[in-house]
Design a protein around this ligand. Structure first.
Ligand SMILES: CC(=O)N[C@H]1[C@@H](OP(=O)(O)OP(=O)(O)OC[C@H]2O[C@@H](n3ccc(=O)[nH]c3=O)[C@H](O)[C@@H]2O)O[C@H](CO)[C@@H](O)[C@@H]1O[C@H](C)C(=O)N[C@@H](C)C(=O)N[C@@H](CCC(=O)O)C(=O)O
Ligand SMILES: Nc1ncnc2c1ncn2[C@@H]1O[C@H](COP(=O)(O)OP(=O)(O)OP(=O)(O)O)[C@@H](O)[C@H]1O
Length: 457
């Protein structure tokens, strides 16, 4: 069915996760939005292209692990479910209870911001049905031969966090393989500066997505890190690599707000809740959960910034601003936009750590001397409404950085710092509540030495 001129979300009652196929190094995951008339159904295919990995895909022995294909297809449904947020999600194949539970949690946790922005609380709890029930998925009986001591696969986001992971592993003498979903300049440049090998998988949303957005489909944030994580697990498996080592920080665990009893967290699929869910799902599949963990979970954003401050070789290439990662290259910013919450956040936490001259060079200006940013800085410091829906740290981290700048002559006259000085006591009190470093239970014993080095003062 072609895209209708007017898309009415309420017409659709079900998103069907129809299945997947794998041919010539490409996974195609299939979905359909259905309503009362089968002729009006809309079918979607998302493609994950693994051909650039250089692996061979000649025979049945080269087929990826069925369990990881299921995980990827179930996870990636969020983009299509959100178009209409129907009351039912139907898996068009037999599934285990733990797969249903995984899906329910990805919807509830990962679409919180989407549901809040569109005022659709019911979207977080669709009925989940399936074509049948399985006791065990195919392959679960065979012992997992995966090895924790094989080189790690490190996903690279182009920003500071994955750089800290890369440099921590390198300092331990390891040579992880770096990994990206799709191609972005800051990621390519980061890989080049690291001197390590990088591999890439290309992901294409169904091309109808753009037209449907224009025709009236619901839109909003989806848990993209969950999708990238499933792609990374498949990649590591295909290349016989060790753990997928994420760079998800402690600050990602903090929700933006609570709404209708739901925690709404923009960064949900970076949080420990998702990390634990994914590790448990791997275990339920009969796979070793140590295939996936975050090395930086113990650290708040400011502790990562402390460590990033010495990674000077990356200063001219890293970009944390999300606007540099739009899917459409035409809409993509090439460097920092200098106005979004993430730019303002990264600027204020790096300012006390890398010095004024260098940070002004990186951002092509002094963001703390631009009065139009005052309202966003107040939000970031917890002085107004909820924390912005972006990948930003805790209020206490922003408050601590602002207070430290008030006492530095080179920053004290900046417009935002001057304004904030009027609230110095409030900010000092908030800064005192900064979360401590809390070691993560998910770091495998094999990485204990690396982890200790990361936490060393
Ligand atoms: C680049 C970006 O920030 N995009 C967010 C933005 O979407 P926009 O329309 O400006 O650009 P595109 O990302 O190119 O999306 C085009 C349309 O496609 C939909 N879509 C995209 C990816 C996908 O996997 N599924 C999709 O359906 C998208 O909704 C657009 O209609 O605004 C959107 C609405 O709020 C956000 O959903 C876009 O975020 C991307 C999914 C994205 O990749 N964002 C990461 C940079 C990001 O936010 N990372 C988080 C990690 C949090 C997590 O839990 O995963 C972070 O940094 O905090
Ligand atoms: N396109 C991508 N391909 C592979 N991994 C990615 C991609 N985008 C983000 N990631 C990974 O997802 C996790 C969350 O991304 P996030 O943007 O928070 O990290 P970052 O880019 O390393 O640092 P920063 O917080 O400064 O942006 C990280 O482990 C990151 O490496």
């Amino acid at each position: 069915m072609p895209v209708p001129a007017e898309f009415v979300p309420a017409y659709f009652d079900t998103l069907v996760i129809s299945g997947y196929d794998f041919t010539d190094g490409q996974v195609r995951s299939h979905y359909a939005l259905t309503g009362p008339d089968p002729a009006q159904s809309l079918e979607f295919t998302e493609t994950f292209d693994f051909r650039e990995l250089g692996a061979t895909f000649d025979g049945p022995e080269d087929r990826p692990d069925e369990r990881l294909l299921r995980l990827l297809t179930i996870t990636a449904c969020v983009s299509y479910y959100k178009l209409a947020a129907p009351s039912r999600l139907h898996l068009g194949f037999a599934v285990t209870d733990f797969e249903r539970d995984y899906l329910a949690q990805v919807i509830r946790g990962g679409l919180g911001e989407f549901a809040y922005e569109n005022d659709l609380p019911a979207a977080l709890e669709p009925e989940i049905t399936a074509d049948g029930a399985l006791e065990q998925v195919p392959g679960a009986q065979t012992p997992d031969t995966w090895r924790v001591d094989a080189p790690a696969l490190v996903p690279v986001g182009g920003g500071k966090d994955s750089i800290v992971t890369i440099e921590t592993l390198k300092a331990d003498g390891q040579q992880p393989v770096l990994f990206s979903v799709n191609q972005y300049q800051p990621i390519d440049d980061t890989i080049e500066v690291s001197g390590l090998t990088g591999v890439r998988v290309r992901r294409r949303l169904d091309p109808k997505m753009g037209e449907l957005n224009k025709a009236g489909a619901y839109n909003g944030h989806i848990p993209v890190t969950a999708i990238n994580s499933a792609i990374a697990l498949l990649t590591a498996d295909l290349l016989s690599l060790g753990s997928v080592v994420m760079s998800n920080e402690q600050s990602a665990d903090i929700e933006n707000l609570v709404w209708h009893g739901f925690d709404v967290n923009h960064q949900w699929s970076k949080s420990i809740v998702y990390e634990n869910l994914l590790r448990q799902t791997l275990a339920d599949y009969g796979l070793n959960p140590d295939r996936y963990f975050s090395l930086l979970r113990a650290l708040p954003e400011t502790a990562i910034a402390d460590r990033f401050a010495s990674c000077t070789q990356y200063f001219d290439v890293f970009v944390s601003c999300n606007r540099s990662f739009a899917l459409d290259p035409e809409r993509r910013r090439s460097r920092w936009c200098g106005e979004c919450p993430k730019c303002l956040f990264v600027y204020v936490i790096l300012a006390p750590r890398i010095g004024k001259e260098r940070i002004c060079e990186i951002f092509d200006g002094d963001l703390l001397d631009e009065t139009e940013h005052l309202e966003l800085y107040r939000e970031l410091a917890g002085m107004t409404k909820h924390k912005p829906f972006e990948c930003v740290g805790d209020y206490a981290e922003v408050a601590e950085s602002l207070v430290s700048l008030m006492d530095r002559p080179e920053w004290a006259d900046d417009a935002i710092v001057v304004e904030m000085t009027q609230n110095r006591d409030e900010l000092t009190e908030r800064a005192a509540g900064k979360a401590p470093i809390v070691p993560s239970k998910n770091v495998p014993a094999h990485y204990a030495r690396v982890f200790d080095a990361l936490l060393a003062p």
